[in-house]
Design a binder for this molecule. Structure first.
Ligand code: NI
Length: 290
């Protein structure tokens, strides 16, 4: 039964891959690099692996993540008191791209936030477990990656709850923030989701449109030029080409003096966190790639 369920989920995943962006996605190709085994030995202390070549390292930041007093229910950027930023990865977990990204992040001590699709969490719970074990934050990105703004409250709640349960079953932690697919959630839905789950709606202010596959160097330069203190950066670990861009991107941001924190930490560090109206900066293109 488990096997046939997985086959069914794989079929759903293929459908999803075809519909995630308005453009046609090329067929999914197998990973070019073998997926590293996930170590599960409880007594083995975690060590950052050596990297080939120099990799800058995000400093350890002992930041609180309690954002209850931050106020506001929608954020696309935060008024941070320093060069703090949150990089977010949407639409995973992916069988090979997400583990590859986790290696890249680990080598630089960068903590990120992953807005995962519940259906994919049920397919790859071990990857979510590893993500949490390595200090990253998990956010709720719906169960089926559907456009929530046209759905009834009951269906929105169902999408959120099934995903929260999938994340909890996989990792033992519950998400604390959500990001609507395509950035699409009405103001009253945002209030309803906040009341029901306690989630603020997290959008973004830096969007390299990586899902259009503009090439790694373009993704990198768009992120480097667009990132400011308190930025929330949108990337998709579903796409191998987006992960390809991350070593240069992360190194470039570190070189510019930015410090990576999770979304909850970013919200918490600003007592005067600004709740934005929540619409992604320019609408249009920005709303389609999430
Ligand atoms: Ni998405």
């Amino acid at each position: 039964m488990k096997h046939s369920t997985q086959l069914l989920l794989s079929a759903f995943a293929s459908l999803y891959l075809a519909s995630c962006s308005p453009e046609k996605s090329p067929p999914v190709t197998p990973s070019r690099t073998p997926v590293p085994p996930v170590k599960t030995t409880a007594n083995t202390a975690y060590r950052t692996p050596a990297t080939s070549g120099a990799a800058m390292r995000n400093p350890d930041v002992n930041m609180p993540s309690n954002f209850d007093k931050a106020g506001g229910i929608s954020f696309s950027r935060v008024a941070a008191p320093g060069p703090y930023i949150a990089i977010t990865f949407d639409d995973g977990p992916h069988a090979s791209n997400t583990p590859r990204l986790l290696d890249i992040l680990r080598a630089r001590n960068v903590k990120a936030t992953f807005y995962v699709i519940g259906r994919s969490v049920d397919m790859y719970p071990g990857i979510v477990r590893r993500t949490v074990a390595e200090g990253h934050e998990i956010g709720n990105h719906s169960y089926t990656h559907t456009k929530l703004s046209g759905l009834s409250n009951d269906r929105v709640i169902s999408e959120m709850r099934k995903t929260e349960d999938a994340i909890f079953n996989a990792s033992g932690v519950r998400p604390r923030t959500m990001r609507p697919p395509y950035g699409a959630l009405t103001q009253s839905q945002r209030q309803m989701v906040h009341q029901t789950f306690g989630y603020p709606t997290i959008l973004w202010d830096v969007d390299p449109l990586d899902w259009k596959r503009p090439g790694s160097s373009v993704v990198t330069s768009r992120i480097l030029s667009g990132t400011k203190n308190g930025s929330i950066i949108l990337v998709h670990d579903l796409h191998g080409s987006s992960v390809d861009a991350m070593p240069e991107t992360l190194d470039g941001l570190l070189r510019k003096g930015f410090r990576f924190v999770t979304v909850s930490q970013l919200l918490a560090m600003a007592g005067t966190a600004q709740a934005s109206a929540g619409s992604p900066a320019a609408g249009g293109l920005h709303g389609t790639g999430d």
